[in-house]
Design a protein around this ligand. Sequence first.
Ligand SMILES: Nc1ncnc2c1ncn2[C@@H]1O[C@H](COP(=O)(O)OP(=O)(O)OP(=O)(O)O)[C@@H](O)[C@H]1O
Length: 809
Amino acid sequence: MKMVNVMNWQQEQDRLDLVTEKLRSRIAELEPEVTGLREQVVDIRKRFWEEVTVNTSTDEDFEETFYSIKQQEALLSERERSHRQRVQRFKNMKRLLPSPYFGRMDFQEDGLGLSDKIYIGVASFVDADGVDFLVYDWRTPIASMYYDHSPGPSTYETPGGQITGEMMLKRQYQIRSGQLQNVFDTSLTIGDELLQQVLGKGADSQMKSIVATIQKEQNAIIRNDKSRMLIVQGAAGSGKTSAALQRVAYLLYKHRDRLKADQIVLFSPNPMFNSYVSTVLPELGEENMQQTTFQEYLAYWLGSTMNLEDPFEQIEYVLTSQSLQGYQARLTGMQYKASEAFLHALQSYALWLGKEGMLFHSICFRDRELITAEQMKSQFYSYDSSIRLANRIALLREWLLRELTKLERQEMEAPWVQDEVDYLDNDQYAEAYSEVLKKYRREEAVFDFTEQYLEIYGDFRIQKDGEENVFDFSSQEEELLRRMIVKEHFKPLRRDAKRLKFIDTIGLYEQLFSDEATYQKMTGENDVPDQWLEICKQTKEKLSHTELFYEDETPFLYLKELIEGSRTNTMVRHLFIDEGQDYSPFQFAFLKQLFPRASMTVLGDFSQAIFPQSTNLQEVDSPLIRLYGEEETNLFRLIRSYRSAREIVEFTKALLPKEEIVPFDRGGKKPHLLKASNDVERVVRIKEDLAALMAEGLDSIAVITKTAAESREAYEALLAQGGENLRLVTKETLTFEKGTLIIPAYLAKGVEFDAVLIYDASTQTYHRESERKLFYTACTRAMHRLLLYTTGDWSHFIQALDASLYEVV
Ligand SMILES: Nc1ncnc2c1ncn2[C@@H]1O[C@H](COP(=O)(O)OP(=O)(O)OP(=O)(O)O)[C@@H](O)[C@H]1O
């Protein structure tokens, strides 16, 4: 690091003052205009019809009116567009004002004499002449050089080709309220002083933008716009989430004329994470993308008819139910149901169903089968087998609706209808009649009804004209009423038919889990997993209660869509999947199908794969690479870890077999190991440590446990010892707040804390190889301090470490 000398400092402050002044005066200049524009637009809207001549008496007049309206419309939308742009510019200037830029580079382009001073900030600011860029937006092509190069020969890409030249100077600034706080000149060997400062700070309840200190390897990810699929395998704390959010902002800028924030979707690991990252984009002056979780999607489509297990219940089972019967089979089932093999099995199964084996629910009415499952089946297989399954289902639906209409007509004669009519006393009768009338007028059946009514009313008139007393008004009215009654009763049948409820999806999914030979016949799959029959038994047992295991939910929905026709969302253009290692190959294939027009960015860390259905992101034959093919896929690896102090990274890195992770050089304290002789002593110790950490100024602390039950136990034990201001985090927790949290490791994914206390690092708790990654994930949440506790023997993951990596206290 080299601090700039006093003379340069003064020059920089003078330049800053100048830019600040220009910003101020432009803001003052624009303010009335921006407000004026808004009023103008409102005004045009209000007077829209006053301004157009509405005259349609002749063709010519009509044409004139038409053009007059068109003209008004064009004027209005032009005003609106320019209004929007101006407001955006105005907002950008206001955002720039306190800290107009964070970087500068002096660049001499080859072949040009003078070097340019390029200042970089969160938005562009052009001088009044409209030519001179006082500040460049960090997303402009030239600004890329700032992140990619140190002083020396440099290049950057523009739409017109590559520009080369010499970077003479690279400078970083910290500016607050228009005052220079720090100025650093950087070079390759000196490193990133600003980053040192930023990383030394405390954790926040909201993620921050990293725009001022984006690293070269992150910049490549942020700006890569070439491939359909971008995969980032990055160590814990290497900035995957940060880079993803910067990438969203970059894409919104680069494609601002055609891409809107709601065309980008981020899949997050849990709802709390949504709140954690929600301020980054607004901080960068962009609107937030859509955020969701995969579970939310499943719940939307399946939640109303089935009881769904969520991924956290699934992981609790994996972590706590080893001793239960059938545990191993369920685990094997989880893996199989997550695989591409099972996806292919379902595809083949759907083809098989095209020929035989479809299952339907009979349509029943008043304890009678109106249309039997067998009738539907034979109707279904009477359609040409070359028609796609989903299209044949659509044909069957049409057929059913027609059949229902016929049956409805027949049903009018049924005695129960007459009973129902008779049952009405006079008042009720009149009331029901007018109710029925009103209702049918309101609803879609109105045309249908009017037709019927006219039919009857017409008859009445004809008869009335001819023979005065023959007409029996009440019998006609009764007939109408009978029709209405039947129609009302048939409504749910029609609605269910429209919604394809006649397909026995549960039965079809259940049917798959038959003995090996049948499974092979239906799917063509020769390999079934071990303990197949036990897997079948468990799955069926769950289905019999209209429940689904988490691992069955995506396959179930997929099968449903293979039969009914798949849903697609063509509006979404970019999909971001964070914690990508926790999604199954099956889920990825599903997402690809769901968003056919979207590019995908998948970020993850296989070392943090804590769910049994995980996907390895970077293996040569990873299903993820196969998803769009190698040609369409770019794989990036991030190995530098920014989150934790060096000592913590060295400790956590050693927990993994051979993971390449390079700590960012920020010193701290070694992890502390504390062994207590019993639970009470441990909790008392934790309470004291919490107080000491807070006294050090660390205000975001997490006590991390393995399971939800352990979290509750820790929470209660701490409360019993007089612990204060503790917050127990469960899967229902929606917001992320500062303070002291008690949280299971799987919910702490993706977030970070000043200090992490591992509540129980004993060998009983972290023992199995599959728990190594969970333990690693928990420890890597720590930025500045990591403390581990036990009352028994240390986990053998710790025992295997070199003693120099920690301090026993
Ligand atoms: N270039 C950078 N400049 C400043 N801070 C950075 C940079 N890159 C990463 N960080 C910081 O490092 C921390 C970890 O970043 P982030 O959460 O994005 O990592 P991650 O790879 O998603 O981590 P994990 O997989 O462990 O959840 C954050 O505090 C982030 O602000």
